[in-house]
Design a binder for this molecule. Structure first.
Ligand code: DSN
Length: 432
C-alpha cells in the first residue's frame, strides 16, 4: 500500500483531471490540450537528461538521439511557419522574450512596448522580464476606435525616443498589430522589432493570422501551448541569420536544461498543424465570432463591437456594471466555466485586482470539437449568470451535461491503431 501522503497527491491530481477534463468548459485563452499521441510521447526518458548547447555541439555526452529530435523539431517548425530559423530551446514564452530582449538590448536601454492595459504581456514591461534585464519601457499609444496600436503616434514616438527594441503582440490580442509600418519606423532609427505571437501561433499555423516574420519583425517569440496546441514551451522564429546566431548564443543565459522531453510532443503537434491546422484555425475564428455575437445579443457588452469583435480566438466583455472582472470570474468558476479577469484599456493600474474585463478564448473547446452552436449555448449560460442572475450551481449541471459530448481531441493524431494492449513506450521499443 502506498503511503497516505502519496495517495493524497494522487487524489488531488485525479480530482483536478476529472474536473478540468470532463466537467468544465475551459475558456482560458492561453491554454489548450495536446492530442493523445503528443500527450503519450510527452513522458519519455529525455525528461531525465541534459543536452546543454546546440545539436552537434553539446557540453554533455549521451545526446545522439536528442540531437536528431531537436534538429527535426526546429526544421518542422521552420517549415510550418515558412521561416529560415526556429530556436526551440526556450522553455516558455517569457523565456523566449528574455532571450530576444537580451539579444537586442542592454541595461539602461529603452523598449517601446504595448501598454499593459491594452493587452501587453507582463514580460514586455518593466514589471516583468524586460525590467529584470534592466531595460526601461515606454508605452505605445493605443487607439480604441481600431482596438489597436495607434500607428501614427507610435511612429512619431519611435522617431523621437529612438528605442533599442519595439515590442509588438499581446495577451488580449483581438486584431493583428501593424508590424510593417512599425518595423519600417523602427529600422529607420536602428531599433529591432520583437513580435510576441504566443496567443496566435496556432492561428498563424492555420493561415488565418499574419506571420510577423514575413512583415519585417526581426524576431517572433511565442509559447507553444495556446492556440498552438503543443506542450508548454517557448519558440523564437526569424528569417535573419545574424538574429538567429544572437538568440541561439543567448539561450544558455536563461536555460540550462531545456526540458527536452517536450520536443517530441512539439514536433508531433507541428505535424498535426500541417495536416489539420487550416480547418482548426478556421473553426476557431468562426466560433469566436459566433460566441461574441451571441454574448452581445444576450445583453453583454462585448468589446470592439464596431470592428466585428475579434479576428482571433479571444473575446472580451466589459463587466464593470455587473460588479467587475474578479467577481464575475469567480461566479463563472462556480458554474464550471473557467475564464480570467482581465484589464481593459480604460482601466487604471489600481483597478488590476478587480478590472473591467473578462477574457474568453475558444481554442481549447474548439479542439474538443465544439462548433458555433455549442458556443451560442455557452454564451446563453454565461448570460444566465451575469445578466439574469442565475445561481451558478444550477448552471453547473448544464455545463457538465454540455461538456459530456466533447472530450475527444480533434485536429490531432490518436495513438497508433496497431497499439493493441501495448503502451506507446512498448510500441516504440519494439521498433516502429
Ligand atoms: N498568462 C498568459 C496569458 O494568459 O495570456 C500568458 O503567459
Amino acid at each position: 500500500m502506498l503511503p497516505a501522503e502519496v495517495l493524497e497527491v494522487l487524489d488531488v491530481v485525479r480530482r483536478h483531471n476529472t474536473w478540468r477534463k470532463f466537467e468544465c468548459i475551459n475558456l482560458i485563452a492561453s491554454e489548450n490540450t495536446m492530442s493523445p499521441l503528443a500527450k503519450a510521447l510527452y513522458v519519455n526518458d529525455m525528461m531525465h537528461r541534459y543536452a546543454e548547447g546546440k545539436p552537434g555541439k553539446r557540453f554533455y555526452q549521451g545526446s545522439i538521439f536528442i540531437d536528431i529530435l531537436e534538429t527535426r523539431t526546429s526544421d518542422l517548425l521552420a517549415k510550418l511557419f515558412n521561416v529560415r530559423f526556429a530556436e526551440v530551446r526556450a522553455i516558455s514564452g517569457s523565456i523566449a522574450n528574455a532571450i530576444a530582449f537580451r539579444s537586442f538590448a542592454s541595461v539602461g536601454d529603452v523598449a517601446l512596448v504595448p501598454a499593459l492595459q491594452s493587452g501587453a504581456h507582463i514580460s514586455h514591461t518593466e514589471f516583468g522580464v524586460l525590467g529584470a534585464l534592466g531595460i526601461k519601457h515606454v508605452e505605445m499609444p493605443f487607439d480604441l476606435d481600431s482596438w489597436n496600436i495607434d500607428v501614427d503616434k507610435a511612429v512619431k514616438l519611435i522617431e523621437s525616443i529612438k528605442p533599442r527594441i519595439v515590442v509588438l503582440g499581446a495577451s488580449l490580442y483581438l486584431f493583428p498589430h501593424p508590424t510593417k509600418p512599425i518595423a519600417e519606423a523602427a529600422y529607420s532609427v536602428g531599433a529591432r522589432v520583437v513580435h510576441d505571437v504566443a496567443h496566435v501561433l496556432g492561428l498563424i499555423a492555420g493561415g488565418v493570422w499574419p506571420n510577423p516574420v514575413h512583415e519585417g519583425a526581426d524576431a517572433v517569440t511565442a509559447s507553444t501551448h495556446k492556440t498552438f496546441p503543443g506542450p508548454q514551451g517557448g519558440l523564437i522564429l526569424t528569417n535573419r541569420e545574424d538574429v538567429y546566431k544572437l538568440v541561439s548564443n543567448n539561450v544558455l543565459t536563461f536555460v540550462s536544461n531545456h526540458h527536452i522531453h517536450r520536443l517530441a510532443a512539439t514536433a508531433v503537434t507541428a505535424i498535426e498543424m500541417m495536416h489539420f491546422g487550416s480547418a482548426y484555425a478556421d473553426q476557431i475564428t468562426r466560433n469566436a465570432r459566433a460566441f461574441a455575437e451571441e454574448l452581445a445579443s444576450q445583453g453583454l457588452p462585448v468589446v470592439a463591437e464596431n470592428l466585428g469583435y475579434t479576428k482571433s480566438h479571444i473575446v472580451a466583455i466589459d463587466v464593470r456594471k455587473f460588479g467587475g472582472g474578479a467577481k464575475i470570474a469567480k461566479l463563472l468558476e462556480e458554474a464550471n466555466i473557467i475564464a480570467n479577469k482581465n484589464v481593459l484599456p480604460w482601466d487604471r493600474p489600481q483597478d488590476a485586482p478587480n478590472p473591467s474585463g473578462i477574457r474568453f478564448g475558444v481554442q481549447e473547446m474548439t479542439r474538443f470539437g465544439m462548433k458555433e452552436g455549442e458556443f451560442k449555448e455557452i454564451a446563453k449560460l454565461i448570460a444566465d449568470i451575469i445578466v439574469r442572475g442565475a445561481e451558478p450551481s444550477s448552471i453547473r449541471r448544464k455545463v457538465v451535461e454540455l461538456r459530456k459530448d466533447f472530450v475527444k481531441v480533434h485536429y490531432g493524431f490518436d495513438l497508433p491503431e496497431d497499439l493493441g494492449k501495448k503502451t506507446i513506450y512498448e510500441f516504440i521499443e519494439m521498433g516502429i
